[in-house]
Write a protein that binds this ligand. Structure first.
Ligand SMILES: Cc1cc2nc3c(=O)[nH]c(=O)nc-3n(C[C@H](O)[C@H](O)[C@H](O)COP(=O)(O)OP(=O)(O)OC[C@H]3O[C@@H](n4cnc5c(N)ncnc54)[C@H](O)[C@@H]3O)c2cc1C
Length: 431
């Protein structure tokens, strides 16, 4: 936002809400994984989320598809907490994925079926394969994530907004904690290690760390109910997906229709414009569908995402920036592996160095804003990748507590060993 005029705020005494070992800011897929992983290691963990439920884009954004837990050839690359989440979703009756024997298959009927669920993406003419990807109910996901956080003993606080990083007087430390704003006023949480899982890098930006910023066209996904017809016969060209709920479909609005300019997702003026415009256009789209598609004639809106579909805003410039040239390349300090949602033979190992920066030694980034370039972001932003990175950040934060609270001093091989012990699949390249 343009800021021509400034004022000087009066200095004030700010109450300290609590002290904690690991402070996670942001309760999306990455933040939940980070908090649960750190707590399971035995750390004292506080998770703060600005809204009233968990999941971020994976629930509030209605992005109800865990895309590509595999490499595109049918070989799983993500396990750990993400796989546990899939298992829990399935036990709760809130998930579907193609059976294991189909992963990597190019059988047209099987590929068509996966398309109907929104589990295969990319050009219509490309030769597609069935992926290990999972469609789920976002309400069930909300509940599963809440259970995981509570069971792990994380101190969860909703409705507080991370407003500012609290810089330490000791530069070698980094942050003393984070300042939060809520209806109760301003408060501080002091922490040994901080994990920024806000998706937009709110903490590392306010801490003065280097970052890149993208402007994008937002999406706004929505769900319609009361849809007639056989979900097994949804045609690829409809652009909507079947869900685990009968008569309900998921519509990823934003691929064909768009608002007329790219926006900066950290600018409230841009966001206001996008919220109003996207919602108006979605309502128009619903009317068009009702009028043009017989199976939609009696359809009703179940819900429109409460969060705009935007993954790109700020990205940390960390100790390593993962680029497209790093595809299919292993790293000694890889802490997660991810496939690519539209590519079949593109696998990235994500180095631990993408999560931290010397500019704030006790700060880790987890989720869609880690240190990668624009192209690699399209692989590392996927929910499974965010969960895998979050899990690594959580375990790293616990290890950092014994390493002078310095992210760079963490024994990375110990971190990798612990990740493997927790089910992470880090040995894709070495076999
Ligand atoms: C249109 C679109 C389609 C996509 N399609 C898919 C797909 O099909 N499959 C897939 O796997 N991925 C998909 N993605 C990517 C994926 O949804 C996201 O990248 C992923 O969910 C990001 O998780 P995250 O935890 O890093 O961030 P977020 O989900 O953004 O979570 C950040 C959390 O932090 C909270 N927060 C933010 N700022 C603050 C603050 N200052 N203080 C306190 N809390 C704060 C937010 O409320 C939120 O809960 C898609 C994304 C978009 C936009």
């Amino acid at each position: 936002m343009a800021q021509a005029e400034t004022i000087r705020e009066p200095s004030r005494e700010t109450p300290v809400l609590k002290r904690t070992g690991v402070l996670v800011v942001g309760g999306g897929a990455a933040g939940v994984s980070a908090a649960v992983a750190a707590a399971r290691e035995g750390a004292d963990v506080t998770l703060v989320e600005r809204y009233g439920s968990l999941g971020g884009l994976a629930t509030g954004g209605l992005i109800a598809l865990l895309l590509t837990l595999d490499d595109g050839r049918g070989v799983p690359v993500i396990g750990g907490l993400c796989q546990e989440t899939v298992d829990r979703l399935q036990r709760a009756g809130g998930a579907y994925h193609p059976p294991r024997e189909q992963w990597g298959s190019d059988d047209p009927a099987q590929v068509d079926d996966a398309f109907r669920w929104g589990l295969v993406w990319g050009g219509m003419r490309a030769s597609h394969r069935v992926r290990y990807s999972v469609a789920y109910d976002p309400e069930v996901m909300r509940q599963v994530l809440a259970e995981m956080v509570c069971e792990a003993g994380v101190d969860l606080i909703f409705h507080m907004w991370g407003a500012d990083a609290l810089r330490s007087d000791e530069p070698e430390k980094g942050l003393d904690g984070v300042l939060f704003q809520s209806k109760a006023g301003r408060t501080a949480i002091l922490a040994d290690v901080v994990i920024d899982a806000t998706g937009d890098g709110d903490v590392f930006a306010s801490a003065g760390c280097r970052f890149e910023l993208e402007r994008v066209h937002p999406w706004l996904w929505f769900r319609l109910g009361g849809v007639d017809g056989d979900p097994n016969e949804i045609d690829r060209s409809t652009g909507y997906f079947r869900t685990t709920n009968p008569g309900q479909v998921l519509l990823p609005w934003g691929s064909a229709a768009r608002i007329d300019r790219r926006i900066d997702a950290t600018d409230p003026r841009d966001l206001t414009f996008a919220e109003l415009e996207c919602r108006r256009l979605v309502m128009e789209e619903v009317e068009k569908l009702r009028a043009s598609r017989p199976e939609m004639a009696h359809a009703h809106i179940c819900n429109i995402a409460t969060q705009l579909g935007i993954t790109e805003s700020r990205r940390l410039v960390g100790e390593h920036v993962l680029t497209r040239d790093d595809v299919d390349h292993d790293f000694d300090d890889a802490i997660a592996i991810t496939g690519h949602w539209t590519k079949y033979a593109a696998v990235y190992a994500i180095p631990y160095r993408c999560l931290h920066t010397a500019a704030a030694p006790n700060l880790l980034a987890a989720g869609r804003h880690i240190s990668v370039d624009h192209r690699v972001h399209h692989a590392t932003k996927e929910i499974p990748a965010c969960m895998a990175v979050g899990e690594a950040a959580g375990i790293a934060a616990h290890l950092a507590l014994d390493a002078g609270a310095r992210a760079s001093a963490v024994d990375v091989q110990k971190l990798r060993a612990q990740l493997r012990a927790r089910g992470a699949l880090l040995d894709y390249f070495s076999g």
